[in-house]
Structure formats: C-alpha cells, structure tokens
Design a protein. Structure first.
Ligand code: NAD
Ligand code: WQD
Length: 360
C-alpha cells in the first residue's frame, strides 16, 4: 500500500515526502514540474536513503493518472498539486481555475474509480478573506479576494459535495497559514521562479545579495509596529501535520477542516529582526504602499488540530529563519539545472534514488 503525493516535487510536497519516508510509508509521487524541479526528490531520497517512484505527469491528463492507480495499490492521496501565485492568478484567472479545479476533479474521479477514498487536500488561510478578528478558527466565514483563493474555496465545496454523495470518503481540508523555513539539512527548501512574491524567500534573496532591498508593504496597519502580521509556520511542522491527518483518516470517514498554524502572529519588522539576528546579515528595507488585497493581521486558532489530530507546531520563529537561511546560503541558485527532467520524461515511473545512481 502506498501514499500518492501529487505536487510532491514542490516546496511543501517535498518536505512531506521526506517525513513520510522517514516514518516508513511507501510513497509514489506525481508532479508536472511546472513550478518545481525533480532534483528536490532526488535530494529527498539522499536524505532518507530510500527509493520511490516518480511520474512526471499532469493531473489534467486523467488517463495517464489512471496508469498510476493501475500500477500501485494506493491507499491515500495527499494532494498538493496546484498553482499558487496570488498575483499571477489575477492576470491569468482561467489558467488557475482550469489547472487547480479540473486537476482536482480528475484526481477524485480516478480515486473513485479505484475505490481510493482517503484524501488530504492543501487548502489555505486565504479562504478566510479579511477576518473580522483573530485568532481565526475553522468556523469563521469564508470568502476569497483573488482567483487563487477562489479555486481553494471551490475545491473545498467540491470535496464537501463529494462526501455528501458518498459517506465512505475521508477528506481532510488543511488550511495552511504561512509556511516558511526548510529541512534542517539545508538541502531542500523553497525555490521560487523569478522574483519571490512571499516575504521569507524575498528576505533570503536580499541576504544573499540577489536582491537589493526588501519593500515592506505598508506600516500603517493596526498592529504592533504598523506592518502586516502573519502566522508563520515551519514547513517541517506543516509536513508532520499531514501525517497526523493521514493517521486520523485511517479509522474515520467524513470531511474535516483543520487550521495548520502556530497561533502566533509576527509583523514584517519582527521577521526582519529575527532573520537578522540568526543570519547576522543586515536586511535593508524601505516602507512602500500597502499591497492590494493584503489583510492587516492573520493568525490561526490551531486548537482543533491539537485536540483532534494531536498536532502542534513546535518550531519557533528563529529556527524558521535559521533553516530558511541555511537553505538559501547553501543553494544560492536553488536547485539549479534539473538533470532529472529529461530522465523523467524518457522514463515514466522513474525510480528516484540517491545521487550515486545518477550521472548529472
Ligand atoms: P509548489 O508550487 O512548490 O508545489 C506545487 C506543485 O504542484 C509544484 O511542484 C507544481 O509543479 C505541481 N503542479 C501544479 N499543477 C500541477 C498539475 N496540473 N499536475 C501535476 N502537478 C502540478 O507550492 P507549495 O508551496 O508546495 O504548495 C503546495 C500546495 O499548498 C498548493 O496547493 C498551494 O496552493 C497550497 N498552499 C501553499 C501555501 C504556501 O504559502 N506555500 C499556503 C497555503 C496553501
Ligand atoms: C507576508 C507579509 C506582506 C512580501 C500569501 C498568499 C496566501 C498563502 C501564503 C497560498 C504580508 C509582507 C511580503 C514583500 C512585504 N499562499 N510582505 N514585502 O500574503 O500572507 O500570503 O502566501 O495559499 O494565499 O496570499 O504572504 O509572504 O506574501 O506576505 O512586506 O516583499 O509580508 O504584506 O504582510 P501572504 P507573504
């Protein structure tokens, strides 16, 4: 029996693959590599000393996806695959709706056909829109302020409808707050294409000298120092939350929603200070106008995940900054050129093994 991880070459997916392998799960990974490199998976194999199968595959291709279910005895699916850039989603909404929603529908159709009904889905705190107050619990009203966020809302609805139609499904909707940091080895991490949209990768690229200075989006919010407040969560804690969700669904059907956050909020200036302290790098910044669509303050009430999954985020903010910096400083150009892309194109169902087995 194996866990299928969609989008497993990506930032959160690769960290989750690593933790799954460490805990003895068999995994199969599918990803079309539109926003990632298969090199991340080779490094996951290196760190864990384990092999697993990888399919370079687009979830929009339902027939191809079926071949994976034919070949493997899949017991559960963790579904990370999706496009995630908020700004881009405003410019190309149809691409976001098509990719994120149709690929999820395809996945559910194939799962249904093969009687696989355990699904963990990557949702987002973005589904809370602008919350009335904080901390945000799962019961808060839902709304979205951009096409990306609406794809998450629509998919959550689709999955709730699916459960209503067939009560044997077990579905976890995990609403992530702001994932940052990297595995402690510094060999896997977040590798954004082009100029980063998110705060932490922007800061690390300023620290490494690739970007001149950070633009701080607004300093007039009703927060501790006027800058936006977020609930930053270490990506390894987030990965472990998925394994707790898998445990729960092994003896439970239903649709359950969980916030995965720390319950603590930090301002942009507090993040800069924490990063500077652990990296001993100065982060030059300037205050600019607020970014359209940003909420002033957002952090989780994560008590449901604690009570029902037995999960708590343990890694604190300085460790998050230190791990993000270790990844960036050891990999100034991220994963670099992906030697596995052609390999995986020639060989569907490529076995990902550690470095020694590959000529790069
Ligand atoms: P990521 O872009 O690093 O990973 C997503 C992966 O999905 C990529 O490897 C991409 O190549 C793959 N993919 C996209 N469309 C695909 C398709 N049609 N078929 C196959 N593979 C496809 O992003 P991430 O940060 O690891 O996020 C993972 C999930 O978590 C996403 O669904 C994202 O929306 C959600 N999420 C992310 C954050 C965040 O801040 N990173 C916050 C909340 C929710
Ligand atoms: C954090 C804070 C910015 C960049 C986004 C998505 C959300 C989710 C997580 C997927 C804010 C400030 C940022 C910069 C800055 N993704 N900032 N200068 O906006 O909370 O959430 O990622 O689901 O949907 O919207 O994260 O890292 O972009 O911003 O001042 O260059 O840092 O204003 O206060 P955000 P972020």
């Amino acid at each position: 029996m194996a866990i299928l991880v969609t989008g497993g070459a990506g930032y959160i997916g690769s960290h989750t693959c690593l933790e799954l392998l460490n805990q003895g799960f068999d995994i199969v990974v599918v990803d079309n590599l539109i926003n990632s490199k298969a090199e991340s998976l080779r490094r996951v194999s290196d760190i864990t000393g384990k092999e697993f199968k990888f399919y370079k595959l687009d979830l929009l291709d339902e027939e191809l996806l079926e071949t994976v279910f034919i070949e493997y005895d899949i017991e559960s699916v963790i579904h990370f695959a999706g496009l995630k850039a908020v700004g881009e989603s405003v410019n190309v909404p149809l691409r976001y709706y098509y990719n994120n929603i149709i690929s999820t529908i395809n996945l559910c159709k194939v799962m249904n056909k093969f009687n696989v009904k355990n699904l963990v889905f990557s949702s987002s705190a973005t589904v809370y829109g602008t919350p009335d107050h904080v901390p945000i619990s799962e019961k808060f009203p839902l709304s979205a302020m951009n096409p990306y966020g609406r794809t998450k809302l629509v998919i959550e609805d689709i999955l709730r409808d699916l459960y209503v139609s067939d009560n044997s499904w077990s579905i976890s909707l995990l609403r992530y707050f702001n994932p940052i940091g990297a595995h402690e080895s510094g060999t896997i991490g977040e590798d954004p294409n082009g100029i980063p949209n998110n705060l932490m990768p922007y800061i690390t690229q300023v620290a490494i000298g690739k970007l001149k200075e950070l633009n701080v989006f607004g300093n007039n919010y009703p927060t501790v120092d006027g800058t936006g407040v977020r609930d930053y969560i270490h990506v390894v804690d987030l990965a472990l939350g998925h394994i707790k969700a898998l445990d729960k669904m092994s003896n439970h059907s239903g649709v359950e929603t969980f916030n995965l956050g720390t319950g603590k909020g930090y301002s942009v200036l507090e993040i800069i200070a924490a990063f500077e302290e652990v990296s001993m790098k100065e982060i030059p910044y300037k205050i600019v106008a607020p970014r359209q669509g940003d909420v002033p303050i957002c952090y989780a009430d994560a008590s449901k995940a604690q009570n029902e999954l037995g999960w708590v985020a343990e890694r604190e903010i300085k460790l998050m900054c230190m791990d993000a910096w270790r990844w960036q400083s050891q990999n100034p150009n991220g994963y670099g050129k992906d030697t596995l892309i052609t390999e995986s194109e020639k060989n569907p169902g490529l076995i990902i093994k550690s470095k020694d087995f590959f000529v790069s």
